[in-house]
Design a binder for this molecule. Structure first.
Ligand SMILES: Cc1cc2nc3c(=O)[nH]c(=O)nc-3n(C[C@H](O)[C@H](O)[C@H](O)COP(=O)(O)OP(=O)(O)OC[C@H]3O[C@@H](n4cnc5c(N)ncnc54)[C@H](O)[C@@H]3O)c2cc1C
Length: 455
């Protein structure tokens, strides 16, 4: 295989066939490890196409990969296949201020792209917690994040994609046009498909003018229940926040200990953390109105984080929570989404299940869009007990979410970790449609072959 791959990528340093580093055979959690015959780092669409044509002709599985920050086992390769790492395709190709678009390669890192456009007075709103992820990975998982309440998710900012199909064919999907009802939308089908339909080699992204200012507010409550109940009232009051997060005090404490930093207020049991952006007057008006809504909802404190350092500290603690939990014990990260009027019901259910099962469950997340991040904690269970009890509790949680009209994943995707549960709660007709879409793109099941809707 090495000689064949070198015929496409004529650079020994970019074709690895021995001693492949562990991180390239796993996801961010590095709990499970796959196998591969080769790891390659293409730098052009032509090289990606050549590699895929070779894999297709030789029936070799291919696992595309960005920064490998996924939490669901979607970059765990199998067999003697090829890991296709897109991280060296990391150039910003064009900034078109006339159409408010940027064209980039898939390996561009999110935080680099955000800083670049902001220096130009423009703004790319998708803002998932992990800023070192790639744009290609964000598109392939339809990443959400903190600003989704006001601005939507990654798919809302993808206007066009260059794709390489499993057999090496290069396709252009979408464009710089703002509207498109010109046949079925191939670009939208690929967004969020976790590398199972095609490899993304170029991305046209929508930008907006950069908001003048952004101010965060921390609202404290004496219970999570009253905090979450306030969210509906905040949304109803049309205050247009960019972010509405909920966190319990006991969870904040994990972040504080992990970073050796402190929240500016410690007496509340639960917090709602909001951000407002726009011009100063608009922000001031919304924060004034928030104070009234929060007071009516039983808030203990409303703290406007005018000081940039304090705001950054609070968001840093919020952003590190998954890592802080991981530092204490192995955990299974879930990102169940429920309709926004069902968040309190779901979180209360989780708290009851925690008591009944004796398994620690830490929840926090995007209260504004119903996306509950839940860490189910292993503690000192041995392998057998952990796997058994985890599976029993996940079944209960996913069934409850489905009963409330929710879904298995709001933003992390399915990967290998959630395929069993997706199958259990998804209508068979939907699963059959997913399978036939997969085989229209990739009839030999070359791309990310292990992920559920392939089989
Ligand atoms: C601390 C932490 C916080 C996080 N917070 C959030 C959050 O708030 N919101 C959120 O949505 N996610 C979050 N994530 C998950 C993760 O960062 C996202 O899923 C991210 O979009 C993955 O990007 P990546 O470049 O790391 O992709 P990878 O992990 O490398 O790959 C993810 C998937 O995309 C596919 N893929 C990657 N590049 C391509 C390509 N060019 N063409 C085709 N397929 C491709 C892979 O095959 C895989 O299926 C978090 C992760 C961590 C560790």
């Amino acid at each position: 295989m090495r000689e064949d791959l070198l015929a496409v990528i004529n650079d020994e340093k970019r074709v690895i066939t021995e001693n492949i580093e562990r991180k390239y055979l796993s996801d961010n959690l590095e709990r499970r490890q796959g196998t591969a015959g080769a790891l390659v780092f293409p730098v052009s669409t032509e090289e990606v196409s050549g590699i895929l044509k070779y894999a297709y002709d030789n029936n070799l599985p291919v696992t595309p990969r960005g920064a490998g920050t996924n939490l669901v086992g979607s970059t765990i390769p199998s067999g003697n296949g090829i890991v296709l790492d897109l991280s060296l395709m990391n150039h910003i190709l064009e900034l078109d201020k006339e159409t408010f678009t940027a064209t980039v390669e898939p390996g561009v890192i999110l935080e680099d792209f955000q800083s670049y456009v902001e220096e130009q007075g423009l703004f790319y709103p998708p803002d998932p917690g992990e800023k070192k992820a790639t744009i290609g990975g964000n598109i392939s998982t339809n990443a959400g994040g903190m600003r989704a309440v006001k601005y939507g998710v990654t798919k809302d900012y993808v206007m066009g994609l260059e794709l390489v199909l499993a057999d090496g064919t290069v396709v252009q999907a979408g464009s710089k046009n703002r509207k498109d009802t010109s046949g079925l939308n191939i670009k939208d089908i690929v967004v969020g498909s976790e590398g199972t339909l095609a490899v993304i080699t170029k991305c046209i992204l929508k930008l907006i003018p950069k908001p003048q200012e952004s101010v965060s507010v921390l609202v404290g409550f004496d219970s999570l229940k009253s905090g979450i109940e306030s969210v509906r009232k905040i949304i109803n009051a049309n205050l247009n926040p960019t972010a509405i997060e909920f966190i319990e005090r006991k969870v904040v404490q994990l972040g504080e200990e992990f970073l050796q930093l402190e929240f500016p207020e410690k007496k509340s049991e639960a917090y709602i953390l909001l951000t407002f952006d726009g011009n100063k007057r608009e922000i001031d008006d919304h924060i004034e109105a928030l104070k009234t809504v929060a007071k009516d909802s039983g808030a203990i404190t409303v703290l406007t984080l005018e000081d940039k350092e304090t705001a950054a500290r609070v968001w840093k603690i919020r952003g590190v929570l998954v890592r802080a939990v991981e530092a204490v014990s192995e955990q299974e990260p879930l990102d169940i989404v429920v309709p926004i009027n069902k968040i309190d019901t779901f979180v209360n259910f989780v708290n009851e299940l925690e008591k009944k099962s004796g398994m620690r469950m830490i929840s926090f997340g995007h209260a504004g869009d119903g996306n509950v991040h839940l860490c189910v904690v292993r503690g000192d269970r041995d392998d057998y007990t952990w796997e058994k009890e985890l599976d029993e509790n996940l079944e209960i949680l996913y069934r409850k979410a489905t009963e409330l009209g929710g879904l298995v994943s709001g933003e992390h995707g399915i990967g290998l970790s959630k395929q069993k549960y997706l199958k259990e709660v998804t209508n068979p007709v939907n699963l059959a449609l997913m399978k036939s879409i997969k085989s229209s793109f990739d009839k030999k099941n070359i791309l990310n072959a292990g992920i559920s809707y392939n089989v």
